[in-house]
Design a protein around this ligand. Sequence first.
Ligand code: G3I
Length: 464
Amino acid sequence: MTTPRLRHRRGRLGAAVSGLAVTALTVALAVPAAAAGSTLQAAAGESGRYFGTAIAANRLSDSTYSTIANREFNMITAENEMKMDATEPNQNQFSYGNADRIVNWARSNGKQVRGHALAWHSQQPGWMQNMSGTSLRNAMLNHVTQVATYYRGKIHSWDVVNEAFADGSSGGRRDSNLQRTGNDWIEAAFRAARAADPNAKLCYNDYNTDNWSHAKTQGVYNMVRDFKSRGVPIDCVGFQAHFNSGNPVPSNYDVTLRNFAALGVDVQITELDIEGSGSSQAQQYQGVVQACLSVARCTGITVWGVRDSDSWRASGTPLLFDGSGNKKAAYTSVLNQLNAGGTTTPTQNPTTPNPTPTTPPPTGGGSCTATYSEGQKWNDRFNGTVTIRANTNISGWQSTVTVRSPQRIIATWSGSPSWDSSGNVMTMRPSGSGALSAGQTTSFGFTVQHGGNWAWPSVTCSAS
Ligand code: G3I
C-alpha cells in the first residue's frame, strides 16, 4: 500500500495532479499532516464526505460481509429492499421487514441511510404494473407518502425518482406507465416526498448521465434547472455510475458533476461499480473519486455492493473487495485518493474565499447560458472552462469573462478573444461558426495568472 505519510493539508496544494504527483510534491514540501484515514469512511470523512455501500438484507448474517461493511462504510443503501415491489407488495399493504433489517443495522452501527427508491418504472409490484392514468398517479403518490412518512427522520437522502430519462440521443423522458400519467409526475413525487419527510434530501437518480455531452445528461440537467427555477423541491442528483469497457468513466466527469452542482443541488455518486481488474480498474476508480473531490457539492460516494461476489454483475468483478473479502488494487487507489484529497473541497483555501459555483442569469434574451468550471490549478495560475449552452437555436454567441485584479488571463483556447482597455474583461467569440441548436453546448478555455486572488471569474453569454 502506498498511503502517503506526509501530505499537504487538503486543498492548499491547489494543483489538479494525480494522487502520485500529490504525494511526490508533498514529500518535497515536507509539510506534516494529520494521519491518513485507514478506512474508506474515515478517509472520505476528512473532507466532510461519506463513503457508502449497497447492502442486501439476506447477506447481513455473513460475518465477513458485515464486518467489512461496518468497518469501511458509513452510508447504507438497501440494494432492493426499499423498492416499490418490496415495500408495497399489495396495494395499500406495506411491508418493511427486510428494509427495516437494513435500516436498523445501519443506525445501530452509527451509519446513515440513503433511501432507494420511491418511484421507478421498474421493480413495480404486479398490481401497479397494470395500472394507468389517475389511479396510477394516485397510487404512486400514496406510495411515496406512506414510505417516506414511515421512514421520516431516518433517511439522509431519498432517491425520489429513479431512471426516468430515456437512453440514446433524444434527451427526453423514458416511456413508462408513470410517464404516461403526465409529464409532471416527477415533480408531483418530489412534492409528496417533501411533505412526508421535510428533512431528507430529495434526489433524482439515474444512470448514463456521467458524460456531460450526452443527450441524457443534458435532459436531466434541464429538468433540474427547471425544477430549481420553479421551486420544485429537489436537493440532489444521484449519478449511479455503473461503468465498464463499453461505458467507461468519461474524461469530463468532473465537468458534469460541477455543472449540476452549479444549479444549486448536491451531487452524489450513488451506485458506483466499474467492471475490470488490476491497475486499469484501480485507475478508473481513482478518477471517479478525484472528480467527486474536485466538486465541493459532491457530498459522497456509494459503491454498489461490498465484495465482487455480492455484485449484481459479479462476473465483471466490479467492486473494491474480492470474493474472499480481500482489498483489491481498486480499494487501495480509492483510499489513497481520498487521503490525497482533491483540487477543490469544501475546506479549500481556508484563508481565501472559496467562491460558490454560479450559473449567471441567462443573457441575450435567455438564448444562451454560460457556465464556468474550474480546471487545473497551480501555485501561480489556474485554468477555467466556460460552457456555452444554447437555450434556443442560435446563429452566434459571445461570452465575457471578467477576472478580478490582480488576475490576468495569460492564455486562451477554442475561441477568438479580445480585451477591454482595463484588461480585466475578455470577450470570447467562436473561432468558426457560432451556430448552435437548442440544447447544444460548446466550450472554450483560458489560463488565469492569479497573483494570489483565487476568486472565480464571472461569465456571461449573449446570443445572436
Ligand atoms: O431474491 C430473489 C430470489 O429469491 C430468486 O430466487 C431470484 C430469481 O431470479 O431472484 C432474486 O431476486 C433478485 C434480486 O435482485 C436479489 O438478488 C431479482 O430477481 C433481481 O431482479 C434483482 O436485481 C436487482 C436489480 O436492481 C433489479 O432491478 C439487483 O440486485 C440490484 O443490484 C439492481 O440495482 C439497480 C438499482 O436499483 C438501480 N440502478 C441500477 C442497479 C443495477 O441494475
